[in-house]
Design a protein around this ligand. Structure first.
Ligand code: ADP
Ligand code: MG
Length: 503
């Protein structure tokens, strides 16, 4: 295993009019559990279905209907907890959080306030510059999602779609360990990556399957360290919570403007009021939505329809033994086994499909060369066509075949690019194409020597210049390559040109 400890980056400092300020951020991420059925009913979770077609009586809040817990949702929450190196609570319980929403007909949301299924964990958040910070997870609890109110279909009426009502969410609550907008986005990105590896949430932010409530406060340099030492929140500033963000870009923008708003307030001698705010991307500002509600406002109480949830350690162990290799481990392995750079390993492990493709290409071949071909040629080409790896016209075996041909010296790097394009557009076996189309590199020194002699004989003036300035030898190499249709082995050409010019 590689050592994955990095320097923690410096916190984001924002210069105020009078003082410097640091940001403190904690996120509550709502991740829709990837399952076929809802948390407490057998209704489908399929996205985009006809409105109100995925609704069981219990989702519609019909009197007397009883919730029945979906075991797969529990397994997914446990899997997620294990993936975040968190404690799994063998006993947890469901509570009613009472509030009225037209799209939640029960009149309460079933959630886990007092006894969540997952306790403390952690996630390594890496930034683009190679630095990283460990963000602590406070808890993960299971809860129901609400439905959707549609206000823009009719001038006089609102509509309610209950398809989403009762779908299982995991609320992943972080400690306030995030210190800047980029870090917040990287944190959400890392959670998404881990959950995709685990298959517990598809992470689709556009469909609302991953959303975040972003808590932001400001403090003076040094205060955060005092909080870390004592875990005493009084060292931190008053936070505001920005609700329901479902875009990485908006998360960052909202944090930035909210921090500036708080700085302006405090430097003006006013206080930040703890409240829930909404971000308006058009105006790039946050607006007050409601004053912060406390747990007691919701009249939480244990849901009498559901027994405490007890799971067995053996069941948890069984899930643990079935976990896939996770991003940090895979990245470390790629760096160790294939000699990849931090950056290349990150790109290739961004998702499981990319990683699997690369591994197949690199198996028994040069790891770095394979990584270059996957990242630079293949990903570049796919991006041009707006395709992802699962739609790649070039298979891992085909790309591997190309790498083998380069490595063995059968084709030059230049010809390899042509070959790649042929395989990409026409398909076929790379070795066979090279054979059939006469693309093999000329390594026969006799043939290259003849070409070199010819060029030297035809260009006496250039030869004189090159003798004065050896850098001009490159011109001869270029000419020979041209004359051989790019098939001459560049190293051999170089050697012969230098020797023959007497450089
Ligand atoms: P509540 O239940 O009222 O929403 P929590 O204690 O669960 O409050 O905290 C919610 C989120 O707010 C957590 O992610 C936590 O890390 C974050 N948080 C708490 N205090 C601060 C603070 N001073 N600045 C920024 N984030 C904070
Ligand atoms: Mg909260």
């Amino acid at each position: 295993m590689l050592d994955l400890t990095y320097d923690a980056p410096a916190p984001k400092v924002i210069a105020g009019a009078k003082y410097d300020w640091e940001l403190v951020i904690g996120l509550e991420v709502h991740a829709q559990v990837a399952t076929n059925a809802k948390l407490f009913s057998g209704a489908s979770t399929l996205f985009g279905a006809e409105p109100n077609s995925n609704v069981a009586f219990v989702d519609a809040g019909m009197p007397g209907m009883l919730p029945v817990i979906n075991e797969e949702c529990v397994a997914q929450a446990v899997r997620t907890g294990l993936g975040l190196k968190a404690d799994i609570n063998l006993v947890s319980a469901f509570d009613r959080k009472n509030y009225f929403y037209p799209d939640l007909p029960q009149g309460y949301q079933i959630s886990q306030l007092y006894h969540p299924i997952v306790g403390e964990g952690e996630v390594l958040v890496e930034l683009g510059d190679g630095t990283a910070r460990t963000v602590r997870i406070e808890r993960i609890h299971l809860e129901q999602d609400a439905g959707k109110s549609v206000h823009d279909m009719d001038p006089n009426m609102s509509f309610v779609d209950l398809n989403r009502t009762g779908v299982a969410l995991m609320e992943i609550v972080s400690r306030p360990d995030i210190r800047g907008p980029e870090e917040a986005a990287a944190y959400v990105g890392k959670l998404r990556q881990i959950m995709r590896y685990l298959g517990t949430c598809d992470g689709n932010m556009q469909n609302g399957n991953l959303r975040a409530d972003v808590n932001v406060s400001i403090c003076r340099p040094g205060d955060y360290e005092k909080y870390q030492e004592t875990q005493d929140f009084s060292h931190l500033g008053t936070r505001c919570e920005i609700k329901n963000m479902n875009s990485m870009r908006f998360i960052q923008q909202a944090i930035e403007v909210e921090a500036r708003r708080q700085i302006a307030l405090v430097e003006d001698g006013k206080a930040v009021v703890q409240e829930t705010r909404l971000y308006d991307p058009d105006k790039n500002e946050t607006r007050s939505m409601r004053s912060k509600e406390e747990a007691h406002d919701y009249r939480y109480f244990p849901d009498p329809d559901l027994l405490p949830l007890e799971i067995e350690q053996a069941w948890v162990d069984d899930i643990a033994s079935g976990l896939p290799e996770l991003p940090d481990a895979k990245k470390a392995r790629f760096m160790g086994d294939f000699g990849l750079s931090d950056y290349d390993a990150s790109v290739l492990t961004a998702d499981v499909e990319n990683a699997a493709f690369f591994e197949k290409v690199a198996e028994g071949r040069d790891g770095k060369m394979s990584a270059n071909w996957v990242i630079n040629e293949l990903f570049g080409r796919l991006k041009k066509d707006d395709k992802d790896i699962t739609e790649s016209p070039v298979s891992a075996d085909q790309l591997g075949g190309i790498v083998t041909l380069i490595k063995s010296g059968d084709i030059s790097g230049k010809i390899a690019k042509e070959l790649f394009e042929i395989v990409y557009t026409e398909g076929g076996n790379p070795a066979q194409i090279v054979e059939e189309r006469g693309m093999k590199q000329v390594t026969d020194t006799g043939a290259i020597e003849a070409a070199v002699d010819e060029i030297i004989a035809a260009n006496p003036a250039q030869v004189e210049k090159a003798k004065q300035n050896p850098k001009l030898a490159g011109w001869f190499v270029g000419q020979v390559m041209k004359a051989t249709g790019g098939k001459a082995n560049p190293a051999a050409v170089n050697q012969l040109v230098t020797a023959k010019l007497g450089l």
